[in-house]
Design a protein around this ligand. Sequence first.
Ligand code: SF4
Length: 334
Amino acid sequence: MPNSNGPLISVKNLKTVFRTRGGEVHAVNSVSFDLAQGELLGVVGESGSGKSVTMMSLIGLLPTPPAEIRSGQVMFEGSDLLTAEPRELRRIRGGKIGFVFQDPMTSLNPVFTVGFQIVEPLRRHLGLNRAAARKRAAELLELVGIPDPRRRLANFPHQFSGGMRQRVMFAIAIACEPKVLIADEPTTALDVTIQAQIIELVRDLRKNLGMAIVWITHDLGVIAGISDRVIVMYGGQIVEQGPVSEVFSDPGHPYTQALLGTVPAVRGKRIDKLKTIEGQAPVLENSPSSCSFHPRCALALERCGRELPLKMQIRGSHDAACFLAKTEMSPANA
Ligand code: SF4
């Protein structure tokens, strides 16, 4: 039976590999983290750091092949999602765990009305009849801030603006009041005004429905504004995690420090020159046996190129995987 005091989702030692013609790509390497009930967890990192692949691995959204979950455990309500039957996984996806993708135009089906696309999961997962599902679908559109929701149910996705389509995606994802909502770069394709509206919408949904939210992004400003905790990913690994206020004010990993350094600093009317992180994110052909960041790290030591740094507990639930992490505790590698 699930432990109501324990984490809602507990991920242990997740490894995901892609088989390509050029060989294997180790996209997710020994990732472990917990998601608590009702918390908002930010996941940040550059493109290719493994953020989306990690979250898609949890709920069986990756095509296999080429993807292969090589090891790990994802405990949710007392069962391991990685060994769940496809039918059970489909029941959980969209029912208890919702997912919002970056681009609503590729996620919404252009040949079905928005109403149909909201009604379907309500009928399938909650067993509502057509009339009740349509009533609920209109309520959901209203909840996500779409005016004249009853009429809009009959519209197709192309009849909505980009921001409105993203709101529709949220309406579909929350239709069955999931316990967890995973949002993958949900505001990246939107202009800043719409971004702010979507962020406000997520705050309201969390407050009103009490769901846990995983927010994947490379926008550190968004994470600073909405998250309780943050996970920083690099090379398919979690290199730092902890309460967002601590990680952002006192980062323990040079990659997190470099990422924070790329955020433009505004001084009066002047904006400092944008900084970049020199070099390229790694493509891992093997499980890392040394620090993946060492070719780009300004602080690298000789041992960084031949040893894998252990996760060091910096303070409380704040840890970083770096030989230089200032720790008040002993190594806490799980
Ligand atoms: Fe830099 Fe070494 Fe720390 Fe890696 S382990 S981040 S290379 S100092």
